[in-house]
Ligand binder design. Structure first.
Ligand code: ADP
Ligand code: AMP
Length: 219
């Protein structure tokens, strides 16, 4: 059995939170292009002009993320599946992903769109904090970190940058909803409510596949 998924949704929708909760059980890698780009930024491998684009709430060029994904899905842990979070973000990225998968003899099982009203997105993103050591995602109001966590705030979670990222989402990424709708694999899920509630909704739209926990997938 295998699972090849993408999570779509605006910044702050809860994609990373849900991906972390689900991937552990499914034993597939959670591949977040935002995390990969932030690591490249920290290690100095990302050209400064691209780091600037990220900090300003824009997208980095398609060619850069497609190259990252091409290498990442060739790694052994992605052989049985993956969950992409934050990729694809444009139609050319989605087409490139389809081509990569087709060449390998695979196809996406589902594109899950997590939908959240704008006022909640702003609150979720601006109060998001990440534990530098573990990568765990917390929220100052909804998911406080335990004592001793070494928290940082993403520079692009400043309110004016979040607003720009939401505009970028509407302009570039929302086009992906009809793209996956036409292919018959789009699953829309409300991201309002508690984390566990949203996880249950995602499992429900994925049907029997989502019940295939790590034990069964290992077969
Ligand atoms: P995304 O990956 O879509 O940008 P995250 O998963 O990082 O979003 O979530 C954004 C912020 O919202 C985080 O601080 C996270 O703890 C919080 N969050 C995620 N899901 C929920 C939820 N269902 N209810 C309240 N807060 C949430
Ligand atoms: P995220 O962590 O998904 O919110 O992404 C943070 C930032 O990384 C985005 O605002 C973009 O600048 C950049 N980024 C992440 N994924 C992509 C992608 N698939 N295409 C272009 N830019 C991306």
């Amino acid at each position: 059995m295998s699972m090849r998924l993408v999570f779509l949704g605006p910044p702050g929708a809860g994609k990373g939170t849900q991906a972390k909760a689900l991937c552990e059980g499914w034993r597939i890698p959670h591949i977040a292009t935002g995390d990969m780009l932030r690591s490249a930024k920290v290690s100095g491998k990302l050209p400064p002009s691209l780091a600037q684009q990220m900090n300003a709430g824009g997208l980095v060029p398609d060619s850069v993320v497609i190259a990252l994904i091409r290498d990442r899905i060739a790694e052994p842990d992605a052989a049985r599946g993956f969950l992409f979070d934050g990729f694809p973000r444009t139609v050319p990225q989605a087409e490139a992903l389809d081509d990569l998968l087709q060449t390998a003899g695979f196809a996406l099982d589902a594109a899950v769109a997590i939908e959240v009203p704008e006022h909640l997105l702003i609150e979720r993103a601006t109060l998001r904090r990440i534990d530098k050591k573990t990568g765990q995602i917390y929220h100052l109001k909804y998911k406080p970190a335990p004592p001793g966590a070494d928290l940082e705030c993403r520079p692009d979670d400043a309110e004016e940058v979040v607003r720009q990222r939401l505009k970028t989402y509407v302009a570039m990424t929302s086009e992906l909803l009809p793209y996956y709708q036409k292919r018959g694999i789009l699953k829309r899920v409300s991201g309002e409510g508690g984390v566990d509630e949203v996880t249950a909704r995602i499992r429900a739209v994925l049907g029997s596949r989502s019940k295939e926990d790590g034990k069964e997938l290992a077969g």
